[in-house]
Design a protein around this ligand. Structure first.
Ligand SMILES: Nc1ncnc2c1ncn2[C@@H]1O[C@H](COP(=O)(O)OP(=O)(O)OP(=O)(O)O)[C@@H](O)[C@H]1O
Ligand SMILES: [Mg+2]
Length: 247
């Protein structure tokens, strides 16, 4: 169990830690993906608060403005000042700024004892930039943007593996529009991750979040040592818990 603990960080919730056999693994990228409002940012904040409480520094890159000081206060209780003091928050608003945030990350990694890296909204700014390039029909720009995202992910994977610093990234999913032909042929509408292949390639753990008619569900899609499984959960003021528990 000690060895397990060394290899993982707490997800910040008793039930999530049980589900993940101790929490998120330290030497890999974990990707949490799902539609808007499914709880991605909450999951990121939970583990961040848990680490920051233990006086570990958290590098939190927020591309979507999802980071809420109020929510951090709720999750931290009396220790919120210490928690906020241990979170280095970067808020890039363009893909260029995201690149800069990565340069800063590499500098901080050298001097600070970073215990966790979070990129909440890994492909959001990439997507905007890509849309521009597509509009311009600029093949070279499209290639450049894709290679930048790939390089960022490779950097994160390397930091995780060589420095043993866990990395959590989130990704929004969108539903694909079907052509009339496919629709008539009865083809299912599939949910795809944006920049999805890259993220799937670089993440050794994939967690999907769903909210179906108010029922929240966490699905373990890919893991190095656990089978695919799921957990119904709810978001409460103190965090995340398995559904069905009495308050
Ligand atoms: N204190 C709380 N108690 C109960 N539910 C809460 C609380 N705080 C937030 N929530 C719920 O969490 C959900 C938002 O989750 P979150 O912001 O983590 O989603 P997300 O997947 O990051 O969405 P997006 O893709 O838009 O960034 C909302 O449904 C909100 O009602
Ligand atoms: Mg969010």
């Amino acid at each position: 169990m000690e060895i397990e603990k060394e290899r993982k960080i707490s997800a910040g919730s008793y039930d999530l830690n049980r589900f993940l056999y101790g929490g998120y693994e330290k030497d890999i990228i974990t990707t949490i993906y799902g539609a808007a409002g499914t709880g991605k940012t909450n999951f990121c904040l939970l583990t961040s608060v848990s680490l920051a409480k233990k006086n570990k520094k958290v590098m939190f890159i927020d591309t979507e403005g999802g980071f809420s000081v109020e929510r951090v206060k709720q999750l931290s209780g009396e220790e919120y000042e210490k928690v906020l003091g241990n979170i280095i928050l970067l808020k890039p608003v363009s893909f260029d700024e995201q690149e800069e945030a990565f340069s800063k990350l590499l500098r901080e990694i050298k001097k600070d004892e970073i215990g966790l890296i979070v990129v909440d909204g890994m492909t959001m700014l990439y997507r905007l930039e890509l849309a521009e390039a597509i509009k311009e029909k600029s093949e070279s720009r499209i290639r450049e943007i894709n290679s930048k995202l790939a390089k960022q992910l490779r950097t994160l994977a390397e930091i995780a593996r060589t420095r043993n610093i866990p990395v959590i990234v989130t990704n929004q999913v969108y539903s694909e529009f079907l052509s009339e032909e496919d629709f008539k042929a009865g083809k299912q509408r599939e949910i795809h991750m944006v920049g999805g292949d890259l993220l799937k390639y670089w993440s050794k753990c994939l967690l999907e979040l769903k909210n179906e008619k108010g029922k929240r569900k966490l699905i373990l899609r890919k893991h190095r040592s656990l089978p695919e499984k799921s957990l119904e959960f709810e978001i409460i003021s103190s965090g995340v818990r398995k559904r069905g528990w009495l308050a």
